[in-house]
Design a protein around this ligand. Structure first.
Ligand SMILES: [Zn+2]
Length: 327
């Protein structure tokens, strides 16, 4: 099962989070692979999307915010768009739009940043907006300050956190076809809530960037975490192995019903309503032409199919048996 663990280093201005997405991640991959049009992701895309999802889950659970955190990567390669959405209750979904073939082990640049036009955007969309309130959005390029291409998503997000939030952050991310996982270590702001949710930042806080010896020591330990360890180790073993010389206080883990989990807002009922809006005549002409109506959810890949009987029942609920079904 998926799980998320928060902890602090006793007496030090440093906190951390580990997330392991298992069932939530494999459900996303299963739906995509079952989509007869799009098909399964290439391994390189799978890794990028899984890491993006782990990063967004860490960031959402690191802020006090009621609404959706959306992370997008878009650029000038065959991956036109990768987007993940994590709600404040940690329900999540993810998708990527891919045009053309991708080498199994293509780099981030190969996929979305061939000519340094790739961008990563982070949007906070409040669940309930005040009149006139706009979603908050921050955007960073997929390159460093001197234009050098960044090949790790973790470097992109660290860059974002330092640039937009003035917060020292270390991220380790990894994903394969079973697990999407991440470790976040962050230096706590000196005062106020200097984070994405719009708190104040003080000058004293900015002056501390890169200077806190405790943060630097812990960040170095965190950065030594290998991809295979992050994907393969249980959280207790992982934290013990990395931080056995530090004193940690761990908070109650989010597991079971409280854990991050897959959820998409699409449903057979919503597609039914859309087809009813389209009208019976139009629906029947599509069935006459193609034999069925197929509607796919752009976000999770689920396909909803209607044959002539399904359509007859939709427009005349009392007249026919049979129901539409999602795959
Ligand atoms: Zn969906």
């Amino acid at each position: 099962m998926s799980e998320l663990h928060k902890f602090i280093f006793d007496g030090l201005p440093v906190r951390g989070i580990v997330v392991r997405l298992t069932s939530a991640w494999t459900e996303i991959l299963r739906r995509r692979a079952a989509n007869t049009t799009a098909g399964a992701y290439a391994p390189a895309v799978q890794q990028m999307l899984g890491e993006l999802l782990a990063a967004a889950t860490l960031m959402q659970s690191n802020i006090k915010f009621d609404g959706a955190l959306v992370m997008q990567i878009f650029g000038d390669g065959p991956v036109k768009l990768a987007v993940v959405e994590v709600q404040s209750d940690l329900s999540l979904r993810a998708t990527a739009t891919v045009v053309g073939a991708i080498d199994a082990w293509a780099s981030l640049s190969d996929m979305v940043n061939r000519d340094n036009l790739g961008r990563c955007a982070i949007t906070l969309d409040p669940g309930r907006r005040f009149p006139g309130q706009q979603p908050y959005q921050g955007v960073v390029p997929l390159c460093g300050d001197r234009g050098e291409k960044l090949e790790r998503l973790s470097e992109v997000v660290q860059h974002y956190m330092l640039q937009s939030e003035q917060l020292d952050t270390t991220l380790v991310l990894a994903a394969d076809d079973q697990v999407a996982a991440g470790l976040l270590i962050q230096r706590l702001p000196m005062q106020g809530a200097g984070n994405l949710a719009g708190g104040r930042r003080s000058m004293a806080d900015e002056d501390q960037i890169g200077l806190n010896e405790h943060y630097n020591r812990i960040a170095t330990l965190a950065a030594s975490l290998k991809r295979d360890e992050l994907l393969g180790l249980d959280v207790d073993t992982l934290l013990r192995r990395l931080f056995w010389q530090e004193r940690l206080t761990r908070f109650e883990a989010l597991t079971g019903d409280a854990a991050p989990r897959f959820a998409c807002s699409c449903s057979a009922q919503r597609v039914d309503a859309m087809l009813v809006g389209l009208g019976q005549e139009e629906a029947q002409s599509i069935i006459a032409e193609r034999g069925e109506i197929e509607v796919a959810c752009e976000f999770c890949g689920a396909q909803y199919r209607y044959d002539a009987i399904d359509a007859a029942q939709l427009f005349n609920p009392l007249a026919a048996g049979g129901t539409s079904s999602a795959q």
